[in-house]
Design a protein around this ligand. Sequence first.
Ligand code: GN1
Ligand code: MG
Length: 363
Amino acid sequence: MQAQQQDLRLIVQQFAVQGQVLDIRPLGNGLINDTFLVECDGPCHYVLQRINNAVFQDVELLQHNIDCATAHIRRKLASDPDIERKVLRFLPCKATGKTYWTDGSTYWRVSVFIPGAHTYDTVNPEYSYFAGKAFGEFEAMLSDIPDALGETIPDFHNMELRARQLHEAVSADKAGRMALPEVQDILKDLLAYEEEMCKGERLHREGLLPKRICHCDTKVNNMLFDDAGNVLCVIDLDTLMPSYVFSDFGDFLRTAGNTVAEDDPAVGKVDFRMDIFEAFAKGYLEGAGSFLTPVEKENLPYAACLFPYMQAVRFFADYINGDTYYKIRYPEHNLVRTRNQLSLFHSALSKVPQMQEIISRFA
Ligand code: GN1
Ligand code: MG
């Protein structure tokens, strides 16, 4: 730990931080990057992140997207007195001026820590409404960005690709897990909905569904709230890229709309919460309603089903592959996550008629 502290301090020194570093310790519970809080004796603290470059293979593009998006939002919020808490600020590397530093094999970045902010793993309907509005407004602010942004993970939320990856994992059966009867049952269940869930890609090919700049990781804990419950800003911008708006709508509800955490083994307790759906949809349509097309709006219930489904496929494929993508805390973790997300998918699917009624009321 002592050695690691020293190494991390050396990495922080690559960036133009103010003051002396007092302490560096782990922060948050993301499944991909490693995140640390850097305490300083200067005017602010910092967040140090190691970017997982096995997952994000084009860090240059990734930081380009983030630099363009944060600069664009900064221009829009220029007159806001609380701007420093409403948009992230990444520090340039002293040697290159870029917002990341690499030693050739690992990639790091530093942003200013936003004080007085809270993250939540669960939210009530009131906060869901605020979150919906904030994600809708976030997309609206980025809808006229002049820069060209790229896909930091190509086809990240392409369901046809995710389905193909599952088929490949099953054929290769690298970890020898396909023999388990439960695994076969899960596979059968997933396959039964595959075609239906690939609807987004079909709409896109037909020219009916545009790609827009989306956040693509709208987990409830990727949003900062102030003491009063107002949304300050959206964090974790690695997956900010062109995608369907379904990404942001669906992924928030996948996490906030579940009665339990995504890895809770008590599958019987999983239920898709309509109170959260209703509040989030109301806020989202207020924030993004001005640019959404009728096709996008009427397919929001599909988005709410797609994301638990896609996440079940992704967790399951990782389990079959021998757990190479998501961080796990115990050997069956990805299987437990799969069961949970599959159950959430079924719950959401059974509530589509109610969702449609709600969307037509607000749209
Ligand atoms: C990952 O890094 P984190 O925990 O915010 C993943 C998301 C998944 C999520 C599942 C780049 O997000 O797509 O929905 O785990 N991010 C990437 O919890 O794959
Ligand atoms: Mg995150």
